[in-house]
Design a protein around this ligand. Structure first.
Ligand code: FMN
Length: 322
């Protein structure tokens, strides 16, 4: 099981929170471009808490030497895996000629992977789509995976829908192109030695179990973010962990400890952390009132612990349907 890389969402605060909920799932960073890493503030992009292991750094780029350098930085900072993004459809990324459009250039992706494999001792993995625009036959993704595997990638995360680079926003590209899980299943059958993870539209434990019967791993994105409590069952259900006594209150409490530590050590405001846990009470009575307090920027001058007390006493919001 893994939690997907999500730009602006899976920052280190979010991952710290997710780790409290699952001790075993693999966590991904947001995508970091080679440019940002090689010419920007390295610590800002790569710092993470020791508790976040196992953790993968996702890179965006298409220049082998730069990716090798970035991968080495990732290894030096203690990441457990380097992942290359070959699935992002955004226009900005297309202009940089990486992300999903790299699927049209398997030989270049192979060069990128080889450069990274030669540079580091940790696994180098690839996250990709099943097709790009009209190139959506099984042969297209099979040849992509085959070529990239020869360069030394042994683990592929298959977002099981095509990227439509013309006319769809990134958000629409996560919803409109149809999901085709059978493509991932077929990849596993054709490349039994490769570790194949499937991603896209998977939410419930039942759906996870169904996909795990076909491939090696399931990666969950939006459901993990919007309904983080769903992670709390993963370790025991799918990852060989013992059931844990865990409550939402205890997790919230631990997050307040973390907010206090972050504020003292790095000057981080509590709301930069709290924004990731707003789904913690998803589906429970009173969730909206609770969430409204934790997202109320008028309270930003207060210490996190006072906000916690207010959130717990929040009156139900009128017309609450949670
Ligand atoms: C807000 C947001 C940001 C995302 N950023 C990235 C990213 O940086 N790298 C990436 O490979 N995928 C990114 N994705 C795609 C997710 O990793 C995932 O492939 C997609 O959401 C489908 O999985 P899901 O249906 O479980 O959410 C992002 C998705 C969302 C919702």
């Amino acid at each position: 099981m893994s939690v997907a890389p999500m730009l602006d969402w899976t920052d280190r605060h979010c991952r710290y929170f997710h780790r409290l909920l699952s001790q075993r799932a693999l966590l991904y960073t947001e995508m970091v471009t080679t440019g940002a890493l090689l010419h920007g503030d390295v610590a800002r992009h790569l710092r993470f808490d020791g508790s976040e292991h196992p953790i993968a750094l996702q890179l965006g780029g298409s220049e082998p030497a730069e990716l090798a350098q970035a991968a080495r930085l990732g290894q030096d900072w203690g990441y457990d895996e380097i992942n290359l993004n070959c699935g992002c459809p955004s226009e900005r990324v297309q202009r940089g000629a990486f992300g999903a459009c790299l699927m049209r250039e398997p030989a270049l992706v192979a060069d990128c992977v080889k450069a990274m494999v030669d540079a580091v001792g940790i696994p180098v993995t690839v996250k990709h789509r099943i097709g790009v625009d009209r190139e959506d036959s099984y042969a297209f993704v099979r040849d992509f995976v085959g070529t990239v595997a020869e360069a030394g990638c042994t683990r592929f995360i298959v977002h099981a829908r095509s990227a439509w680079l013309q006319g769809l926003s990134p958000k629409q590209n996560r919803e409109v192109p149809p999901l085709r899980y059978e493509m991932a299943r077929q990849l596993k059958q054709d490349f039994p030695r490769l570790h194949i993870a499937v991603n896209g539209g998977i939410a419930s434990h039942e759906q996870i179990a169904e996909r795990l019967a076909e491939v090696d791993e399931v990666m969950v994105g939006r459901e993990a973010y919007h309904n983080p409590w769903s992670l709390a069952g993963w370790d025991a259900a799918f990852l060989g962990g013992a059931p844990r006594e865990l409550s939402r209150e205890a997790v919230e409490e631990a997050m307040v400890d973390y907010m206090e530590r972050e504020a003292a050590e790095h000057g981080t405001p509590w709301y930069a952390v709290a924004r990731h846990m707003l789904g913690l009470r998803h589906g429970l009575p009173g969730a909206r009132g609770w969430r409204r307090v934790w997202s109320d920027h008028r309270l930003k001058g207060l210490p996190a612990r006072e906000v916690l007390a207010m959130a717990r006493q929040a009156p139900p919001v009128a017309a609450e349907v949670d």
